[in-house]
Design a protein around this ligand. Structure first.
Ligand SMILES: Cc1cc2nc3c(=O)[nH]c(=O)nc-3n(C[C@H](O)[C@H](O)[C@H](O)COP(=O)(O)OP(=O)(O)OC[C@H]3O[C@@H](n4cnc5c(N)ncnc54)[C@H](O)[C@@H]3O)c2cc1C
Length: 328
């Protein structure tokens, strides 16, 4: 039996989809270890406790609510001391984080504070003979390393969208906890959260991504990606580095080795060659559709469906087809 502590990320007072994914991963870990409890830490400003229900609906036996205005924005130092304190208590065998920008900052801080190892960015795992064996993509995701985790507690982070949130309802049990250090006294202060597209779904939360590359020719032609994303209704627009470097799209849209890691259900790559650095950030997507004029383009090697054609014609046709399918 193993109890699992999981960090449930929120942003601007809302639970993030990655929080439900992390709780689902934590639940799997507990079940595979013989059925321990999953406790989720939910930190945020005033009113964050109201978001606990969704965590219980996805398998959290208890939600530890850390409600303080000092956590309204990401507070790495106070979170580190609080999580390290909880994990040191001996209650938990595992600590689970999301491999998001916050999780990538927070999880090594906690590991260092505890003096234990951390296995980051797992896309899957299984408990074999009492030890966790996890899959971790390396070398631009061309190689999947299989790692046996050890240490007590064992810390790991899960790649966004690698685990699908699975409903597993429990009675909601919450416990108010306090910060192990004064949140307002942190040396690191996040002073503002600036969201580029407040009305758009985040790349890590989107089940569908329409990504464009240099093959779209101009910044204005990204309107075709936006139109297709809008037709789906639950999609975000991504881009290659060639495009963000040219200023056609903001750098926050860049997917790849030096950009965002995404694993949506559906990834549509339009006018993207498929350079290894781009594939590193999206090759774990469930279904990949590539649109390219060049039938030899490397993107077709990893695509589930390939459309050889002009993206400037294919994208509007797909948009019309999605709209028609939704209308029928
Ligand atoms: C250290 C390092 C890190 C990097 N990190 C990243 C990263 O994080 N993310 C990333 O994306 N890149 C990254 N790169 C850059 C990467 O190597 C590629 O240069 C980049 O991904 C290419 O972008 P692209 O596919 O848009 O452009 P191109 O390689 O120029 O490809 C354009 C494609 O569009 C096709 N095309 C042209 N016209 C049309 C049309 N009308 N319809 C359909 N298809 C058309 C072409 O056949 C071609 O395949 C990195 C590079 C380095 C060195």
């Amino acid at each position: 039996m193993a109890n699992v502590l999981v960090m449930a990320e929120s942003r601007a007072g809302e639970l993030r989809k990655v929080a439900l994914e992390a709780v689902t991963a934590a639940r799997q870990l507990a079940e595979q270890s013989g059925g321990g409890e999953v406790h989720a830490v939910l930190a945020g400003g005033s009113g964050i406790g109201a978001k606990a229900e969704a965590l219980a609906q996805h398998g959290a036996d208890k939600v530890l609510v850390l409600e303080h205005d000092g956590f309204a924005l990401y507070n790495p130092e106070a979170l580190t001391s609080t999580l390290a304190g909880l994990l040191k208590s001996g209650t938990y065998t595992y600590g689970v984080f999301s491999a998001t920008s916050h999780g990538r900052d927070l999880s090594p801080r906690v590991a260092a504070r505890l003096g234990v190892g951390l296995v980051p960015d797992l896309t899957g795992f299984a408990v074999e003979n009492g030890a966790v064996v996890g899959q971790h993509p390396i070398n631009n995701a061309k190689v999947i390393a299989t790692l046996a985790l050890s240490g007590s507690p064992t810390l790991l982070s899960v790649r966004p969208a690698a685990f699908t949130p699975a409903p597993d309802a429990r009675a909601l049990v919450t416990e108010a906890i306090t910060s192990a250090s004064e949140p307002t006294a942190s040396r690191v202060k996040v002073v503002e959260l600036k969201q580029g597209n407040t009305d758009k779904i985040d790349l890590n939360d989107a089940p569908v991504i329409v990504a464009g590359g240099r093959g779209l020719k101009t910044a204005d032609n990204f309107k075709l990606c936006e139109d297709l994303a809008d037709a789906f209704g639950n999609a975000a627009v991504g881009a290659t580095r060639a495009v963000t470097d040219d200023g056609w799209r903001p750098h926050t849209d860049q997917i790849g080795q030096t950009g965002r890691n995404v694993s949506p259900d559906l990834y549509i790559a339009a006018g993207i060659s498929g350079a290894i650095q781009h594939l590193a950030g999206m090759r774990t997507s469930r279904t990949i559709v590539a649109i390219n004029k060049d039938k030899e383009a490397p993107i077709f090697k990893i695509a589930d469906y390939g459309i050889i054609g002009d993206a400037l014609e294919v994208l509007p046709a797909l948009t019309a087809a999605v709209k028609a399918a939704k209308a029928s």
